[in-house]
Ligand binder design. Structure first.
Ligand code: HEC
Ligand code: HEC
Length: 200
């Protein structure tokens, strides 16, 4: 009788431990492993007005980040948008000169030489060994990011975790020699030391 009660109690506490671990794992997954998405900012030049006039009535521009196409490839998409209907909006309205302006920007930003944002990119979960101290992180950034702009330009930015991830993957797409395995540790360090929280 006594042993039976003890056994039931023991298995209940095992269950409780398992449930707690599962909840912790789920919480960690939610924090660390949500699928990343590209984040595309509106350009400042003439393409800005074209996009606002012709391209944003049905959907945003983040999806462009999934593509790396030549001029013909982009033109094909734009042509398709002219006849694509969404809700009450009947196709994209865009003049030929505007289309050329947009194509100039699209092939510069998302041309065949860029690497598209990986659709399947899922941030890996970091272990304690992955957390970078300032010196290591700065050295790694200096080594890979200074080819095209100064490190100051990078470190003067503030952004949240998702925005840093999108920026780093964007830079990898532009040719930054950063192994994908280095992305998450740097995202963690950047959002910790250059985050949007005013206290850090
Ligand atoms: C009338 C609404 C509408 C407008 C305006 C519009 N789009 Fe789209 N777009 C859609 C819909 C709906 C989809 C998803 C279905 C599809 O791909 O045909 C889409 C998909 C896309 C995609 C994903 C491509 C793909 O193969 O699915 C890109 C890139 C895109 N649009 C770019 C643009 C650009 C650039 C413009 C401006 C010239 C634009 N869109 C204007 C409705 C629109
Ligand atoms: C192959 C050239 C190249 C390399 C290498 C490079 N960048 Fe960039 N970076 C750019 C260009 C070009 C822009 C301007 C983008 C724009 O205005 O759309 C930019 C802009 C930025 C910005 C400004 C914010 C933004 O999204 O426009 C940040 C932050 C940044 N880079 C971070 C980095 C980091 C971190 C690295 C190293 C991992 C890096 N870059 C390596 C080319 C590069």
């Amino acid at each position: 009788m006594k042993t039976r009660t003890a056994r039931v109690l023991a298995s209940l506490s095992v269950l409780a431990v398992v449930a707690t671990l599962a909840a912790q794992a789920a919480a960690q997954l939610e924090n660390n492993a949500r699928a990343a998405r590209p984040e595309v900012t509106l350009p400042m030049g003439p393409a800005r007005n074209v996009i606002l006039k012709s391209c944003t009535s049905c959907h945003g521009i983040d999806e462009y980040g999934y593509y790396a196409l030549d001029r013909d490839g982009w033109e094909e998409i734009i042509e398709r948008m002219k006849t694509t209907r969404s809700g009450l909006v009947q196709g994209a309205l865009i003049s030929d000169p505007d289309k050329e302006i947009l194509l100039d920007w699209l092939v510069t930003r998302f041309g065949p030489d860029t690497a598209p944002f990986p659709r399947e990119y899922v941030p890996r979960i970091l272990s304690e060994a992955d957390f970078l101290v300032d010196e290591t992180a700065e050295a790694r950034l200096a080594g890979t990011c200074e080819g095209c702009h100064t490190l100051d330009q990078v470190l003067s930015n503030r952004a949240n975790e998702e925005q840093w991830r999108a920026t780093l993957l964007d830079m990898v797409g532009r040719g930054a020699a950063l192994p994908l395995s280095d992305v998450e540790p740097l995202v963690e360090w950047l959002s910790r030391t250059r985050g949007l929280n005013p206290s850090n």
